[in-house]
Design a binder for this molecule. Structure first.
Ligand code: G3P
Ligand code: CA
Length: 278
């Protein structure tokens, strides 16, 4: 008798282990690798001088001590900023009004841990991990640059030998986006690189589980999964993988297990792995 292999959910560290360390910093990604995450998620944006950096927001105001749009700043400007201290500010805010001091403080061991992270440095970190760690790269606001984000991304992946996997299943890298056009640009140049279409609203066009042409992985929000489990079933019936973001609560992890989700994208990789018994 043959036994089906048990379904192994991939645990993806969203912006690194971003619950415990400042998002998109080496500190957060090193922690995620140490915690045993299967994959790392990152957002990429283009600087004024054409470097891909891992920053979520359009502006650097929330996550650094600087101001301004990433697209208007050069890499050297970003490198002068501190992308770590805001995390302690956030913790102090959460503690405000209580009699005690926050029980948590983030202390980077060295400056590199909290400076702006280039995608190139993140690729190096993953290459040196000593085990297979996958990378889910999200292109942010790609329309603004009319193809330049994807172009730079593919040049960089090529340099690391990651742009032309033998098959999507073997690829340690996948590209995600809310923009079907961005994914299309990637596939036009790198047809075997897996792409993930991120879904925030299930529009009538998507309701039956259809994805943009050539895309095999859907990335619905956890809110969609909670409110429309039937949508997940339709995606799976259509033969697609389902990667859900951002799953931080234990009851949502349970729901993902129940629905046979393929990847859980979370700020808390250690807690999710523990809940999954790994
Ligand atoms: O992993 C997908 C998820 O990160 C999309 O939302 O805003 O966190 O980039 P956001
Ligand atoms: Ca993202």
């Amino acid at each position: 008798m043959t036994h089906a292999r048990p379904h192994r959910i991939q645990v993806v560290a969203h912006r690194g282990a971003s619950d415990e360390a400042p998002e998109h910093t080496l500190a957060a990604y090193r922690k995620a690798i140490e915690d045993g995450a299967d994959a790392l998620e990152c957002d990429v944006r283009l600087t004024a001088d054409g470097h891909l950096v891992c920053v979520h927001d359009r502006r650097v105001n929330r996550t650094s001590n600087g101001r301004g749009a990433v697209s208007a700043l050069e890499l050297a400007d970003l490198a002068a900023l501190d992308f770590g201290s805001w995390k302690n500010r956030e913790a102090r805010e959460a503690w405000r009004g209580r009699d005690e001091e926050p029980d948590w403080e983030f202390r980077p061991e060295d400056r590199e841990n909290t400076s702006v992270l280039t995608l190139e440095r993140l690729l190096e970190l993953v290459s040196d991990a000593g085990r297979r760690v996958e990378l889910a790269i999200e292109t942010k606001h790609p329309t603004r640059w009319a193809g330049q984000v994807e172009e730079r991304l593919l040049v960089l992946l090529k340099r690391f030998g990651l742009d032309a996997p033998a098959s999507a299943a073997e690829s340690p890298v996948r590209i995600m986006s809310f923009s079907a056009r961005s994914l299309h640009r990637v596939r036009a140049v790198a047809p075997t690189l897996p792409t993930v279409y991120l879904v925030q609203f299930v529009s009538p066009r998507l309701r039956d589980g259809r994805l943009p042409a050539g895309v095999r992985i859907a990335g619905p929000s956890v809110r969609i999964v909670r409110n429309h489990p039937g949508y997940v079933e339709r995606l799976k019936r259509a033969g697609h993988q389902v990667h859900v973001w951002t799953v931080n609560e234990p009851e949502d992890v349970d729901l993902c297990v129940e629905l046979g989700i393929d990847a859980i994208i979370t700020n808390r990789p250690r807690a999710v792995l523990r809940q999954l018994g790994r």
